[in-house]
Design a protein around this ligand. Structure first.
Ligand code: HEC
Length: 483
């Protein structure tokens, strides 16, 4: 009786379709039974990690959509659209994570202590403590030195002994520092010792004053190579530079990151705020590209014969991948890609595949509204969580951890981590160790937490794990603990 009454009351008072941010929808419709702080009441706690009716995203979705009338949980599928129910799932996952991480003992290393993880123990060492501003990526020179990019456009050298050269390399290409963009990726050609080529990924474009005297910026990610001689950047050659008509004023989603393999370079251009543009093969944004390492288009690229398609495109439908790495065991290429609020992805990159953004996403808008976009005719379309012909991620993270930087551990200093994927994360300030078998994720573990925002993670030729941190701006490394 009581239950029936409650349901009738709830349905009667909340019935009209609702269009609001997810926080408001929760407080209006759910807090009465599940608590203002999700702690539970008539309905159970939604943040204790205990899910009586199934703990996967799909099961939680079902619990909300179908309800459980005998127990007193209202079916909400007539009140909320599927994308709103999906937004509830993301929102509840965020709250659960926030609550559970309070009591959690994640490995947060400090300099003087050994840090224990499931399989290996490590010590944290400082490589560069001072003098870097917004470091972005690291590459390892054969003499034991390292190259580091700074977002403002500087390419800097750290000596084998660990000293940061106060002077940046002179004559590096001009970059447009704008929002998330600037000088980003740096990598050496696999035959660097012989040919000396250094590759950079940067925001390329123009900054000019408009009629109102305001700065107007137009830019897009580009790839360039050059050599370093006597502390100068020389022999510069552009590898990929989009037509200026593709430049945009947006300060977001530049992508970058390179992988070299068999004479090819794979590189990422983020969606640049273009949303549905990433589904358009005549545009460079929201794509992973493949070129010969001198910039020529490989004749067997998947879209070379497609009318109006850019021939460098290898895969498309990407939002903002900022991790790219190849599994040495089987040559499989992986990317980590920033989702919006919810739905960060690990993708297995296959030629011609469409990874779905913004048609498919597991996330929602930052303001708590379900994800939507302007479709091909400019009409508003709601995103969905899966769609035939669009490749789903290998795994995803809800809530988002803000994936950035990716490398396979192939060294011998941490033998139990051999061939594991190291996934950096900015917002969650962590490194995840992800075990991949037969192209599937079999387990994952946070091995590094709360030292700073992880911008890049890379194994050095010495087998140590280098971490490029923002806030504070530092480079540190993980070395095996003695015992
Ligand atoms: C009238 C009270 C009531 C309202 C309103 C209500 N719920 Fe529930 N909810 C319940 C009850 C009762 C259960 C079953 C609890 C149990 O089995 O422990 C439940 C279960 C759930 C579950 C499954 C929990 C589990 O452990 O698996 C989810 C998820 C959930 N509710 C979400 C929501 C959301 C989201 C809203 C708002 C849109 C909402 N509920 C509104 C009463 C309510």
């Amino acid at each position: 009786m009581k239950v029936t009454f409650l349901i009738t009351l709830a349905l009667a008072s909340f019935a009209p379709a609702q269009n609001a941010k997810i926080e408001e929808l929760y407080h209006k419709n759910c807090a009465g039974c599940h608590g203002a702080n999700f702690e539970g009441g008539v309905g159970g706690s939604l943040v204790d990690g205990v899910w009586n009716h199934g703990s996967s995203d799909e099961e939680i979705y079902r619990s909300i959509a179908k309800g459980n009338i005998p127990l007193g949980m209202i079916p909400w599928e007539d009140t909320f659209k599927p994308d709103q129910i999906r937004a509830f799932v993301i929102f509840l996952r965020e709250q659960e994570k926030k609550n559970l991480s309070k009591g959690q003992n994640l490995p947060s290393p400090s300099l003087d202590q050994q840090t224990k993880t499931e399989l290996e123990n490590y010590r944290l060492e400082m490589v560069v403590e001072n003098g870097l501003k917004d470091p972005w990526a690291i590459a390892f020179l054969p003499d034991g030195g390292r190259l580091v990019t700074e977002k403002s456009g500087k390419l800097r050298i750290i000596s084998a002994a660990g000293k940061l050269d106060p002077k940046a390399i002179e004559g590096t290409p001009q970059t447009i520092e704008h929002g998330q963009g600037g000088l980003m990726e740096v990598a050496l050609h696999p035959d660097y010792a012989k040919n000396g080529w250094v590759y950079l990924g940067l925001s390329d474009g123009t900054r000019a004053k408009n009629d109102q005297g305001k700065d107007e910026v137009r830019c897009i990610t580009a790839v360039v190579r050059g050599k370093i001689k006597n502390h100068r950047w020389v022999n510069q050659e552009w590898i990929f530079r989009a037509d200026p008509k593709f430049q945009s004023g947006a300060g977001v989603h530049f992508g970058t990151r390179f992988v070299f393999d068999k004479g090819y370079i794979y590189f990422v251009i983020g969606e640049r705020g273009g949303m549905y543009e990433v589904q358009d093969l005549s545009r460079p944004n929201g794509k992973i590209h493949r070129l010969h390492d001198d910039g020529r288009v490989p004749r067997d690229n998947p879209f070379v014969k497609t009318k109006d398609a850019m021939p460098s495109i290898w895969s498309y439908g990407h939002r903002n991948p900022q991790g790219l790495a190849m599994d040495a065991r089987d040559g499989a290429l992986y990317s980590t890609e920033h989702g919006p609020r919810g739905g960060d992805e690990l993708n297995l990159i296959l030629p011609a595949h469409n990874y779905g953004w913004p048609v498919v996403t597991l996330g929602m808008h930052y303001n708590g509204m379900p994800m939507d976009y302007n479709g091909p005719d400019g009409q508003k379309v709601m995103s969905v969580t899966q769609k035939a012909g669009m490749t789903p991620p290998v795994t995803s993270w809800v809530p988002s951890i803000a994936v950035c930087g990716l490398d396979f551990y192939t060294g011998d200093k941490f033998p139990k981590w051999k061939n594991d994927l190291l996934v950096g994360a900015l917002a969650q300030k962590e490194i995840r160790r992800v075990r991949i078998e037969n192209k599937s994720v079999v387990s994952q573990e946070t091995i590094f937490k709360d030292v700073g925002r992880v911008r890049d993670v890379a194994m050095g030729p010495d087998g140590f794990i280098y971490v490029v941190l923002n806030g504070p701006d530092r480079i540190m490394r993980l070395v095996p603990a003695q015992d």
